[in-house]
Design a protein. Sequence first.
Length: 660
Amino acid sequence: MSSLALTLLYLLAAVLGVVACRMLRLPPMMGYLAAGILIGPHALALALNSEGVRHLGEFGVVFLMFAIGLEFSLPKLRAMRRLVFGLGLLQVVGCVLVFMTGLLALAAWRGGVWDMGWQTALALGGTMAMSSTAIVVKLLAERAEIDTEHGQRVLGILLFQDLAVVPLLVLIPALGSSPEELLGALAFAFVKAALLVAVLLVGGQRVMRWWLTLVARRKSEELFMLNLLLVTLGLAWLTELAGLSLALGAFIAGVLVSETPYHHQVGSDIRPFHDVLLGLFFITVGMMLDWHIVVEHWALVGLLLLVPLAVKTAIIFGLAHARGASAGVALRTGLYAAQAGEFGFVLLALMQTHELIEPRLMNPVLAAMVLSMLATPFLIQYSPWIVTRLVASDWMQQSLQMTQIARRSINTAGHIVICGYGRCGQNLARLLELEGIAYLALDLDPDRVRQAAAAGNSVVFGDATRVQALRAAGLARAAAVVVTTHEVPVALKVLARVGAQAPQVPVIVRTQDDTHLEQLRAAGAAEVVPEAIEGSLVLAGHALALVGVPLRHVVRLLQEQRNARYGLLRNYFHGQDETPTERDQERLASITLPEGAATIGQPAAALPLAALGVQLVAVRRANGHTSAPGDHRALAAGDTLVLSGMPAALGLAEESLLRG
C-alpha cells in the first residue's frame, strides 16, 4: 500500500471512529483505539503497524507531554499542594507497591504467563497506577463536579500522576538493561535526568523568554510556529540523545514555555498538532491489540480488568478517608480514578520497546486497559447509586447538610437563591443586603463558606445542581435564582432542576460571553448576562466620555444598547405608587392566557401586536421556560405574555389577546 493510500486509510478510520464516539457521547480517544483495532494486522489487516507509523505515533506522545508541561502551573500546584503531594503522591506510591507485590506473588505462585522479574513488575505497577486525565476531567466538567469535594481530590490525584510520568519515563528504559548493568544504568539515568532538568530549568527559562520575545517581535505567525516546533522537537531530540525519552524533553519544553507570556498563544497554536498526532498514537496502540490472544485468554483479561479497578478504588478510598474525607466522598474519589489512563499506553509502549513485557501478557493488559476506560463513563454515571448502597453514612451526612440548609431558609420567603458565592455572588449579596432583600447562597468551597458564615453572611455548604439542596434552600418560596458561576454545564443543571421543581421561579444566569445565549434561554433562563458584553459596554462608555461625548448622551446610549439586549430592562412594571408623570410612560405588563383565550393555539411570533402599538418582550411558558418573542410554538393556557407599550395600547392588546 502506498504512503498516500495508507494516510487516507488512517484519516478515514480516525474520522469514522471519532464520529461514532461523538454519537455515543464517548471520548474521541475510544474512537481512535477502536479504529486501530479494526484496521490493524489482527483484524481486517488493512494496515500494518509499520516502523514509520510508530514513529509518527511517538510524535503524538511528544506533543501530549508538551501540552502537559505547558499546563504545568506552579501557583496551581501550590494551591493544591495538600491534595497533589499528599493524596496524589500516596496514591501513586501505594498503587505501584501493591500491584508490584501482587504481580511478584503471582509469578512465584503460578508462573506461566505471570512469569516476570521485579523490573517488569515495577514498570507494570507504574503503568496500572495511572488514570485517564482526558476522560475524567471531561466527565467532571460535564457533570459540574470539578469544584466538589471528590472532584478536587480527583484533580489532585490526576495532577500528581502527570508529574509521576516523568520519573517513570526515565526509569523504564533503564529497567530494560541487563541485570549486571541495571544498578549502574538506573543511577546514570537519574543523574543525567537531574542534570539535564536542572540546566534547562535554571537557565532555560530566561533563554526561552528572550528567544520567544525576539521571534514574536518579527510579527510573523509562520515564524513563531516554526520556532515552536523547533524548540519542542529539539529538546525532545536532546533528551533522547542523552539516553532518555523523547517525552521527557517535550515535557521540559512545555514547562519552559509555560513560564513565558506566550503560553496561552502557544497552547492554541500547538493544539491541532497535539490532537492529530495523539490520535495517530492511539490508532497505533489499537493496532497492537491482538484479539485472538484476548479471546484465548478471556479469563485473564477479565482478571486484569476487575482486580485493578477494585484495588485502585480500595486504595484511593482508604487514603482519602484516612486524610479526612467522608466515606462517601472517599468512595466517589476512588470510583472516578479507578480506570487505566492514556499515560498507561505510553508506558506500556515503552515497556514493549525495551522488551520488559512479553506479547502473551502485553495484549491482555492492553485489552483490560481499553475496557476499563470504556467502562469509566458508566462507572461515574452510576457512582451515586454505588455509594448509596455501599456507604450507609453517606445518606445520613447528605441529610445533615440538607437540614443545615433548610434551617437557614425555613422562615424565609421571597428571597434570592444564589448559586455560587465567589466574587460575583458576594457582590450580588452585598447589593441585596443594602436593599434589605433576603438571600441564601450555596457554595462548594468549605473554606469560603466557613469564613463567610463567620462574617455573618447567609451562605451554606451545598451543591446547587442537586434537587435536594435547592429544595432545602426554599426554592418553592424563592423570588428568583441567580447562577453566578460562568460554567455553562452548572447553569444548565440548575435550570433543569428549577424548571422541574419550581417553574414559576425565574433564573438569571451569568456567562463569560454570548456563545451559549440561545441554549441557556431555551433551557429556561429568564435572562442571561454575558460578562464580555457588559465589559465592552462599560469600556465603550469610558472611551466615549474621554473623547468628549456628553455624559448624559453616553448614559442614554448605553441604556439603549442594554435595552436592545436585555428584554426585561426595556421598561418596568408600574404599580399604584407611580407618579402622574410615570402614568404616561411606556411600561411592562404581563398577561396570563386563561382557558378559552382567543390567542391559544397561535404562535407568539404571529400575534398582530405591532398594529396596536405594543411590543412582545418575552413569553413565559406554563412550565416556567422563557421563550423569545420570535418563538413559533403555539401558545397554551397558562402561558404569560410580557408586553411593552403605552397604557392605552396595553389595554387594547389585552382585550384583543383574551377576547379576540
